[in-house]
Design a protein around this ligand. Structure first.
Ligand SMILES: [Mg+2]
Length: 386
């Protein structure tokens, strides 16, 4: 049981309640304002009692709880709190994989002689975080990442739960499919339509039929439903670069179409950079011509970047200056490298007005799956800004 999952409780709302005692014990909603098209980014546990949850439209939240206190996100303040918490986590293990601004995995397998059992380490972390930041953090302990995250969710708020083999055997079969890591609301709906409501339903379902719903991830989810997850905890320093590329089914020379694909790649890659709590100092595009010549163009920046639009603008500029704009291509790629720890260095984007939006969109992506936000809305947003 060497994997810890740590997750701050109602992070943004808790920071506001910590700093403004008048907000304590009250329903606090951080995110969009009612009357706007914004969504709830985080809400306090008092607000959750009214059925409010992250990513809910602010207007709906207002209807459920008109007396709630709506606050705009104060991202720099949350970054500061996050840095303090990550500094505490680093005391207890060098192997830390951040999942978001308030969430991380720790592999503590090499740390027992220094700090004691996994439960003792979890207690020390909870105590330090509370004493030094005034925030509550939930910790889940298990044999792998999937089960540790599940333990945190089951223990929240202010949780400390270890899921041993026996508990896993009890809890896992009845786990609703929408609580399985990575299964978004759409996939969960399709599973339910097929009569699959729980992990044990999923395991009993014929594999070939399951594949029609879960695609190439079928085996991964089957493993999770068995409580197996072989993914190691990867610390940031092990990630050298994050990128993606597309090979076209036919050579493509439509410049607008290529620019559109560059935008898509930028959004995908930027999301992964942010999700790993990293910022990138180098953006590279890769282009391959029909005669298999491969050309890369890079820009290195003094200040790190991680916002969709910032990375897109850099990539677009590189494309236009490459001499290949409007030429026929068979492959297009985008890569972010010279990655730095976001908890050590603030990205340039915190002065970028798009950043709060990225943060809210990311919250939705991580809660509901990466496809929740349609490309169209991203495109509209970009058309408005550029
Ligand atoms: Mg959290």
């Amino acid at each position: 049981m060497d994997i810890l999952h740590c997750d701050l409780d109602a992070f943004y709302a808790s920071v506001e309640q910590r700093d403004q005692p008048a907000l304590r014990g009250k329903p606090v909603i951080v995110g969009g304002r009612p009357g706007s098209r914004g969504v709830v980014s985080t809400c306090s546990y008092e607000a959750r009692k009214y059925g409010i949850y992250s990513a809910m439209p602010a207007n709906q939240a207002y209807r459920l709880c008109p007396q709630a206190i709506f606050l705009p996100p104060d991202i720099p303040k949350y970054i500061k709190a996050s840095q303090q918490v990550f500094a505490i986590l680093h005391r207890y293990s060098p192997v830390i994989e951040p999942l978001s601004i308030d969430e991380a995995f720790l592999d503590v397998s090499g740390c027992h002689s220094l700090f004691g059992s996994s439960t003792q380490i979890a207690q020390l972390i909870k105590q330090d975080v509370w004493e030094e930041t005034g925030l509550l953090i939930s910790v889940g302990i298990a044999a792998n990442k999937f089960l540790a995250k599940l333990a945190t969710n089951l223990g929240k708020p202010n949780g400390l739960l270890e899921l041993g083999e026996e508990q896993v055997r009890e809890i896992l079969p009845l786990l609703p499919v929408n609580e399985i890591w990575g299964i978004g609301s759409k996939t969960a709906q399709r599973l339910k339509q097929a009569g699959i409501a729980t992990a044990s339903d999923l395991l009993l379902y014929p594999r070939f039929k399951l594949e029609a719903i879960l695609g190439s991830n079928t085996d991964f989810y089957i493993q999770l439903c068995r409580g197996q997850d072989s993914r190691p905890v990867l610390s940031r320093s092990e990630q050298k670069s994050i990128g993606n590329e597309i090979t076209f089914p036919q050579d493509l020379d439509d410049q607008k179409e290529i620019e559109h694909l560059l935008l898509e790649l930028s959004c995908q890659v930027a999301y992964r950079v942010r999700h790993a709590s990293l910022i990138a100092h180098t953006v590279t595009i890769k282009m391959r011509t029909p005669d298999f010549q491969t050309l890369t163009r890079s820009q290195t920046l003094q200040q790190g970047v991680d916002a969709d639009l910032t990375i897109y603008k850099i990539a677009l500029n590189l494309y236009h200056k490459s001499g290949l704009a409007g030429e026929c291509l068979r492959l297009l790629g985008l890569n972010c490298s010279k990655l730095n720890d976001r908890t050590i260095e603030q990205p340039a984007l915190f002065v970028d007005e798009n950043d709060t939006l990225d943060q809210i969109i990311d919250d939705m992506k991580s809660k509901f799956g990466i496809d929740t936000i349609k490309r169209g809305s991203l495109l509209n947003r970009i058309n408005r800004k550029i």
